[in-house]
Structure formats: C-alpha cells, structure tokens
Design a protein around this ligand. Structure first.
Ligand SMILES: [Zn+2]
Length: 67
C-alpha cells in the first residue's frame, strides 16, 4: 500500500494544512493564519536582512507537484 504524504502543519496554529492545489493560503491552514503571519512581519517581530525566504518556493519543494 502506498502511504500518503503527511500533511504539513500550520506554522501559526499547528493545524493540518491542506495541499497547495486546494488551499490558496498554503503553507498556512487558512487565510486567517496567513494574515497573522504577515502581521508578525509588519509588526516588526522579525528583522530581515536581504531577500526574505519565499514560502511559495519552499512549498514547491515540499509538494513536488507542478503542472
Ligand atoms: Zn493555522
């Protein structure tokens, strides 16, 4: 039996995250969590030098599922 890839967990609330193709908020579980993450950035909790990591690029590597 082939085993399904385990779903990643939301970095904000640790809930299961639906795959990118059915989740426009990936890699977050929901739009709310995505906005919460953006809020952290704009809130100045992180100080970033240079180019920030793009979560969508990471997502591409995680899913390995492209058209
Ligand atoms: Zn979440």
């Amino acid at each position: 039996m082939s085993k399904e890839t385990p779903r990643p967990s939301c970095p904000i609330c640790d809930s299961d995250v639906a795959p990118l193709k059915e989740n426009r908020s990936f890699p977050f579980c929901s739009k709310r969590c995505k906005q919460r993450d953006l809020g952290k950035w704009f809130g100045g909790n992180y100080v970033v030098a240079g180019r920030p990591a793009n979560p969508y690029e990471i997502a591409d590597h995680v899913t390995g599922d492209s058209d």
